[in-house]
Write a protein that binds this ligand. Structure first.
Ligand SMILES: Nc1ncnc2c1ncn2[C@@H]1O[C@H](COP(=O)(O)OP(=O)(O)OP(=O)(O)O)[C@@H](O)[C@H]1O
Ligand SMILES: [Mg+2]
Length: 171
Protein backbone atom coordinates (compact mmCIF):
# COMPACT_ATOMS: atom_id res chain seq x y z
CA UNK A 1 0.00 0.00 0.00
CA UNK A 2 1.29 3.48 -0.77
CA UNK A 3 0.46 6.58 1.24
CA UNK A 4 0.62 10.12 0.07
CA UNK A 5 2.42 11.51 3.10
CA UNK A 6 2.04 15.07 1.96
CA UNK A 7 -1.70 14.92 2.58
CA UNK A 8 -1.80 12.44 5.45
CA UNK A 9 0.84 13.58 7.94
CA UNK A 10 -1.46 13.63 10.95
CA UNK A 11 -3.06 10.31 10.22
CA UNK A 12 0.16 8.47 9.64
CA UNK A 13 2.35 10.15 12.28
CA UNK A 14 1.10 8.14 15.25
CA UNK A 15 -1.00 5.42 13.75
CA UNK A 16 -0.74 2.02 15.31
CA UNK A 17 -1.86 -1.32 14.00
CA UNK A 18 -1.90 -4.86 15.25
CA UNK A 19 -3.72 -8.17 15.04
CA UNK A 20 -6.18 -9.45 17.63
CA UNK A 21 -6.28 -13.23 17.81
CA UNK A 22 -9.57 -13.72 19.66
CA UNK A 23 -12.74 -11.88 20.72
CA UNK A 24 -11.38 -11.95 24.29
CA UNK A 25 -8.21 -10.21 23.17
CA UNK A 26 -10.25 -7.55 21.39
CA UNK A 27 -12.30 -7.04 24.58
CA UNK A 28 -9.13 -6.75 26.65
CA UNK A 29 -7.81 -4.08 24.30
CA UNK A 30 -11.15 -2.31 24.67
CA UNK A 31 -10.84 -2.41 28.46
CA UNK A 32 -7.46 -0.65 28.26
CA UNK A 33 -8.80 1.97 25.92
CA UNK A 34 -12.02 2.50 27.87
CA UNK A 35 -10.10 3.34 31.02
CA UNK A 36 -8.52 6.29 29.21
CA UNK A 37 -11.66 7.85 27.73
CA UNK A 38 -13.21 11.03 29.07
CA UNK A 39 -16.06 13.36 28.17
CA UNK A 40 -15.61 14.89 24.74
CA UNK A 41 -13.59 12.03 23.27
CA UNK A 42 -14.82 10.62 19.96
CA UNK A 43 -13.95 7.12 18.82
CA UNK A 44 -14.91 6.35 15.21
CA UNK A 45 -15.03 2.65 14.36
CA UNK A 46 -15.10 1.35 10.81
CA UNK A 47 -15.10 -2.15 9.41
CA UNK A 48 -17.48 -4.59 7.76
CA UNK A 49 -20.22 -6.61 9.43
CA UNK A 50 -18.61 -8.89 11.99
CA UNK A 51 -15.30 -7.02 12.01
CA UNK A 52 -15.52 -6.80 15.81
CA UNK A 53 -16.64 -3.22 16.45
CA UNK A 54 -19.29 -4.10 19.05
CA UNK A 55 -16.92 -6.61 20.65
CA UNK A 56 -14.37 -3.82 21.11
CA UNK A 57 -17.07 -1.55 22.56
CA UNK A 58 -17.99 -4.24 25.12
CA UNK A 59 -14.45 -4.00 26.47
CA UNK A 60 -14.42 -0.21 26.27
CA UNK A 61 -17.60 0.14 28.35
CA UNK A 62 -16.20 -2.26 30.93
CA UNK A 63 -12.85 -0.48 31.16
CA UNK A 64 -14.57 2.87 31.31
CA UNK A 65 -16.43 1.65 34.40
CA UNK A 66 -19.98 0.84 33.36
CA UNK A 67 -21.64 -2.45 34.20
CA UNK A 68 -24.46 -1.78 31.72
CA UNK A 69 -24.84 -4.46 29.05
CA UNK A 70 -23.44 -3.49 25.66
CA UNK A 71 -25.44 -4.43 22.62
CA UNK A 72 -25.46 -3.30 19.04
CA UNK A 73 -27.59 -0.14 18.87
CA UNK A 74 -28.49 -0.79 15.25
CA UNK A 75 -32.18 -0.15 15.78
CA UNK A 76 -32.14 2.57 18.42
CA UNK A 77 -29.10 4.36 16.89
CA UNK A 78 -27.63 5.36 20.24
CA UNK A 79 -27.18 3.40 23.48
CA UNK A 80 -26.14 5.25 26.62
CA UNK A 81 -24.09 3.49 29.28
CA UNK A 82 -23.88 4.99 32.76
CA UNK A 83 -21.15 4.92 35.32
CA UNK A 84 -21.74 5.22 39.09
CA UNK A 85 -20.26 8.76 39.08
CA UNK A 86 -22.87 9.85 36.53
CA UNK A 87 -20.56 10.00 33.49
CA UNK A 88 -22.07 8.82 30.21
CA UNK A 89 -20.74 6.77 27.34
CA UNK A 90 -22.71 7.13 24.11
CA UNK A 91 -22.61 4.23 21.64
CA UNK A 92 -23.98 5.04 18.21
CA UNK A 93 -24.42 2.78 15.21
CA UNK A 94 -24.52 4.86 12.04
CA UNK A 95 -25.30 1.87 9.79
CA UNK A 96 -28.86 3.06 9.25
CA UNK A 97 -28.21 6.78 9.45
CA UNK A 98 -28.93 8.21 6.02
CA UNK A 99 -26.60 11.20 6.10
CA UNK A 100 -24.29 13.34 8.20
CA UNK A 101 -27.11 15.85 8.42
CA UNK A 102 -29.34 13.27 10.03
CA UNK A 103 -26.52 12.46 12.44
CA UNK A 104 -26.29 16.12 13.41
CA UNK A 105 -29.98 15.99 14.31
CA UNK A 106 -29.00 13.48 16.99
CA UNK A 107 -27.18 16.36 18.70
CA UNK A 108 -23.63 15.09 18.91
CA UNK A 109 -22.59 18.26 20.76
CA UNK A 110 -24.90 17.45 23.65
CA UNK A 111 -23.54 13.89 23.77
CA UNK A 112 -19.97 15.15 23.82
CA UNK A 113 -20.54 17.63 26.60
CA UNK A 114 -22.05 14.92 28.79
CA UNK A 115 -19.71 12.09 27.92
CA UNK A 116 -17.60 10.26 25.37
CA UNK A 117 -18.96 9.04 22.03
CA UNK A 118 -18.23 5.83 20.15
CA UNK A 119 -19.60 5.44 16.63
CA UNK A 120 -19.84 2.20 14.65
CA UNK A 121 -19.92 2.66 10.85
CA UNK A 122 -18.53 6.14 11.48
CA UNK A 123 -17.48 6.64 7.85
CA UNK A 124 -21.16 7.13 7.03
CA UNK A 125 -21.31 10.30 9.10
CA UNK A 126 -17.75 11.61 8.77
CA UNK A 127 -18.94 15.14 8.04
CA UNK A 128 -20.84 15.28 11.32
CA UNK A 129 -17.85 14.22 13.43
CA UNK A 130 -15.28 16.58 14.93
CA UNK A 131 -11.91 16.80 13.18
CA UNK A 132 -10.26 15.60 16.36
CA UNK A 133 -11.42 12.03 16.33
CA UNK A 134 -9.71 8.75 17.05
CA UNK A 135 -10.37 6.53 14.04
CA UNK A 136 -10.17 2.77 14.39
CA UNK A 137 -10.38 0.57 11.31
CA UNK A 138 -11.15 -3.10 11.96
CA UNK A 139 -10.80 -5.79 9.38
CA UNK A 140 -11.56 -9.52 9.19
CA UNK A 141 -8.34 -11.48 8.64
CA UNK A 142 -9.39 -15.02 9.56
CA UNK A 143 -12.04 -16.74 11.68
CA UNK A 144 -10.60 -15.45 14.97
CA UNK A 145 -8.16 -12.87 13.68
CA UNK A 146 -8.93 -9.19 13.16
CA UNK A 147 -6.63 -6.30 12.33
CA UNK A 148 -7.07 -3.02 14.15
CA UNK A 149 -5.58 0.23 12.89
CA UNK A 150 -5.71 3.28 15.16
CA UNK A 151 -5.46 6.67 13.50
CA UNK A 152 -5.53 9.54 15.97
CA UNK A 153 -6.27 13.06 14.74
CA UNK A 154 -5.27 15.88 17.08
CA UNK A 155 -3.00 16.02 20.11
CA UNK A 156 -5.53 14.62 22.60
CA UNK A 157 -6.07 11.53 20.45
CA UNK A 158 -2.35 11.09 19.80
CA UNK A 159 -1.87 11.17 23.55
CA UNK A 160 -4.67 8.62 23.97
CA UNK A 161 -3.03 6.24 21.52
CA UNK A 162 0.41 6.54 23.09
CA UNK A 163 -1.04 5.91 26.56
CA UNK A 164 -3.03 3.00 25.18
CA UNK A 165 0.08 1.57 23.57
CA UNK A 166 1.96 1.88 26.87
CA UNK A 167 -0.83 0.17 28.86
CA UNK A 168 -1.57 -2.57 26.37
CA UNK A 169 1.96 -3.39 25.26
CA UNK A 170 4.18 -1.79 27.88
CA UNK A 171 5.86 0.26 25.15
N1 LIG B 1 -10.32 -11.32 17.20
C1 LIG B 1 -11.64 -11.04 17.23
N2 LIG B 1 -12.04 -9.80 17.62
C2 LIG B 1 -13.36 -9.48 17.63
N3 LIG B 1 -14.35 -10.32 17.29
C3 LIG B 1 -14.00 -11.56 16.89
C4 LIG B 1 -12.65 -11.97 16.84
N4 LIG B 1 -12.59 -13.25 16.41
C5 LIG B 1 -13.86 -13.64 16.21
N5 LIG B 1 -14.73 -12.64 16.50
C6 LIG B 1 -16.19 -12.74 16.40
O1 LIG B 1 -16.61 -11.90 15.33
C7 LIG B 1 -17.87 -11.33 15.67
C8 LIG B 1 -17.76 -9.82 15.71
O2 LIG B 1 -19.04 -9.32 15.88
P1 LIG B 1 -19.32 -7.79 16.25
O3 LIG B 1 -20.77 -7.70 16.55
O4 LIG B 1 -18.36 -7.34 17.29
O5 LIG B 1 -18.98 -7.08 14.85
P2 LIG B 1 -19.39 -5.64 14.37
O6 LIG B 1 -18.19 -5.09 13.67
O7 LIG B 1 -19.95 -4.85 15.50
O8 LIG B 1 -20.51 -5.96 13.30
P3 LIG B 1 -21.77 -5.05 12.85
O9 LIG B 1 -21.29 -4.17 11.73
O10 LIG B 1 -22.78 -6.06 12.39
O11 LIG B 1 -22.25 -4.23 14.04
C9 LIG B 1 -18.27 -11.89 17.02
O12 LIG B 1 -19.09 -13.02 16.82
C10 LIG B 1 -16.94 -12.28 17.62
O13 LIG B 1 -17.05 -13.33 18.57
MG1 LIG C 1 -21.74 -3.82 15.78
Amino acid sequence: MTYNFSIMPILTANSMDFISRSPEQTRRLGIRLGGLLRAGDVLALNGDLGAGKTTLVQGIAQGWGSTDAVSSPTFVLVNVYRRPDGALLHHMDAYRVESALEAEDLDLDAMLSSGALIVEWAERITAALPTETLWVDMRWIAEEHRSLVFKPVGSRNQHLVSEFKRLAFGG
